[in-house]
Design a binder for this molecule. Structure first.
Ligand code: COA
Length: 161
């Protein structure tokens, strides 16, 4: 079965990697897809985000990395995927995720949303937290893949010299 794991991934964190790795063990084909949303300001471009995800997930032959714009349901139809995967870190994620899952299902009856419970060690993690810590010179080594740590250091280095 083909599943889509969509998100902003600005940048990808170890919390996302945890979900993707678990997903790749349960489904034949996993498409990790970066939302290309020109109205949302991001630290990294879509190309940078896709590149970092690809490099973080080298070696998995059932994981593909892509980007999409517009409605997720249209992208799912294009990819012939009938399952969306999302992670739930805490009860606070539930309301938003339920709303999205219901909207998507109301627009595309065949589409289901499957939730993985995020590992407790990553339940506090978000891309914003990582950017905040890194922008102030904090160590994010245990929170993101090496390639992302390096990219964050490069983005923020000018602030320290
Ligand atoms: N580990 C760590 N962080 C996680 C996480 C996990 N397992 N799961 C979510 N997050 C964090 C992300 O880092 C992000 O943090 P931030 O807010 O600090 O940047 C936040 O949770 C939510 O981000 P994300 O999972 O990327 O979702 P999103 O809300 O940015 O985007 C889409 C969700 C892309 C699925 C949704 O916006 C979408 O489908 N858009 C297309 C348009 C559409 O079809 N909309 C629905 C119908 S109106």
């Amino acid at each position: 079965m083909t599943v889509i794991y969509p998100g902003s991934f600005d940048p990808i964190t170890n919390g996302h990697i945890d979900i993707i790795e678990r997903c790749s063990k349960k489904f034949n084909r996993v498409i990790v897809s970066v939302l290309n949303n020109s109205s949302k300001e991001t630290l990294f471009t879509v190309e940078e985000r896709v590149d970092m995800i690809e490099k973080s997930l080298e070696g998995y032959d059932n994981i593909e990395v892509d980007s999409f714009s517009g409605l997720l349901i249209d992208y799912a139809k294009e990819k012939e995927a009938k399952l969306i995967v999302r992670g739930l870190r805490a009860v606070s994620d539930f309301e938003y995720e339920m709303q999205m899952a219901l909207i998507n299902k109301s627009l595309y009856q065949d589409l289901e949303t499957f939730f993985f419970i995020a590992s407790s060690k990553y339940s506090f993690l978000s891309s914003s937290v990582v950017k905040e810590v890194s922008s102030h010179g904090g160590d994010v080594k245990d929170l993101v893949p090496d390639i992302v740590e390096k990219a964050l250091n490069e983005k923020f280095i000018k602030d320290f010299y």
